[in-house]
Design a protein around this ligand. Structure first.
Ligand code: SAH
Length: 241
């Protein structure tokens, strides 16, 4: 069983889907369910649909924000039914399972699922190193939430049964999601202070920079260097004022 592989459901509306997710997870030997702002939870409907996977529901962590669910995570993969206009790095279901499984041996990792009505928001996709899409019917690509969880967690199970996949290609000590968010906030503020960008008018620029740094998977020391550079630039600018 992977060490800390979190299945994170964001803004789930139907409690039945939460129960069916718990059942799918238990079937596939996963146990860490995180719920970000579910509409209704706990609920008798969720328990009924869990059909015996109640302990997963009982241990589910309910959070007020995605930030909370991602504390400590070093790899974040978002499940998305749609091809997006901005091209996020993509993995297929098998690759995503192998990456999540292999990296979960070193640090917490998360697989995110969006709302039944609208999926994941752009701000939530911005938190992901990769997106994974189940290659369904192009004209009818959106699976039921719990069905999508079932397919992707089956791939994790299958990867685990295939045996030890490749060792992680990325250094296990890369900075966690919360450290990266601290850096991104600092970066946006610095770009604003330097007059290089206005975050409100430069959403695409900020998104591209986020993707660049997420792709690089920097470690804590590298983040400290980058933040030191930003602080120095901010200091120099304010001295000139
Ligand atoms: N109507 C929404 C889809 C919601 S389905 C939309 O257009 O985005 C609820 C969630 O299930 C999605 O956010 C996604 O996390 C997952 N999901 C559904 N179909 C999927 C697919 N084909 N590939 C990957 N994830 C999928």
């Amino acid at each position: 069983m992977p060490n800390d592989l979190r299945i994170v459901l964001i803004g789930t509306t139907h409690p039945g889907n939460i129960g069916a997710t718990a059942r799918a997870m238990k079937n596939m030997c996963l146990e860490n369910l995180w719920l970000v702002r579910p509409s209704v939870f706990p609920s008798a409907e969720a328990t009924a649909r869990a059909s015996g996977a109640d302990e997963i529901l009982a241990r589910a962590r309910v959070c007020r924000s995605l930030d909370e669910a991602l504390v400590g995570c070093r790899l974040v993969v978002g499940a998305s039914a749609r091809r997006r206009t901005v091209s996020w790095p993509q993995l297929d279901p098998r690759e995503s399972a192998e990456r999540l499984l292999s990296e979960s041996r070193h640090a917490p990792v998360a697989l995110l699922f969006g709302r039944e009505s609208s999926g994941l928001s752009n701000a939530e996709l911005d938190r992901c190193h990769y997106l994974v899409q189940i290659p369904a019917n192009r004209e009818f690509s959106s699976l039921n939430l719990a069905a999508a969880v079932q397919v992707l967690t089956y791939e994790i199970r299958a990867a685990s049964l295939r045996g030890r996949p490749d060792e992680p290609q990325t250094p296990p000590e890369c900075a966690s999601a919360d450290t990266m968010e601290g850096f991104f906030l600092h970066m946006e503020q610095a770009l604003l202070d330097l007059g290089f960008a206005h975050p409100k008018q430069s959403a695409q620029l900020i998104r591209r920079l986020r993707r660049l740094f997420l792709r690089a998977r920097p470690d804590n020391e590298e983040i400290n260097i980058l933040r030191g550079m930003l602080s120095a630039a901010q200091g120099r600018k304010s001295m000139r004022r």
